[in-house]
Design a protein around this ligand. Structure first.
Ligand code: 4NP
Length: 145
């Protein structure tokens, strides 16, 4: 199963989500990440995301930002967005109802993972915690399907 995590810039939240989901789901699942905008394409992850990953034993240094394409929407089975704005942006690229159904918020209970770009360390810690909770939820859901 191929899973894509999506945020706005693909430098703060979705690269962390990619790492955490990979760790939580194991090798039966292929996980990548994208951003809905292209202005950071090719760049490393935000240093604050790199730092929080490192503090928790994960290496985000190899990440390079990529922009979401319509091909990605065909190729991935489950597309997990961080917030409602990402969800609306991805939905607007979907060509069919079948494609729309692959797109979800990453957190259960309709809870967004808020954009931490203009925030501080606490905001990144909140992102980390929300993504840990979301990964547990998906690990449970997908491994019991
Ligand atoms: P991300 O965070 O969507 O979690 O990667 C952001 C990164 C860049 C910008 C906004 C949010 N930006 O405005 O450039």
């Amino acid at each position: 199963m191929k899973i894509l995590t999506v945020c706005l810039g693909n430098i703060c939240r979705s690269p962390l989500a990619e790492l955490i989901m990979k760790e939580s789901l194991g090798s039966d699942f292929h996980v990548e990440s994208r951003g809905t905008i292209g202005i950071h394409q090719g760049r490393s992850a935000d240093r604050r995301s790199v730092a929080i990953a490192q503090d928790n034993g994960l290496d985000l240094q190899p990440h390079r930002a990529k922009m979401l394409t319509t091909e990605d929407l065909e190729n991935f089975d489950l597309i997990l967005c961080m917030d409602h704005s990402n969800l609306a942006d991805v939905h607007s690229l979907c060509a069919s109802e079948q494609m729309r159904r692959k797109v979800r918020l990453i957190s259960p209970d309709n809870l967004p993972v808020p954009d931490p770009y203009y925030g501080n360390r606490e905001d990144f810690e909140r992102v980390w915690q929300l993504l840990q909770d979301a990964a547990k939820h998906w690990s449970h859901t997908l491994n019991n399907m």
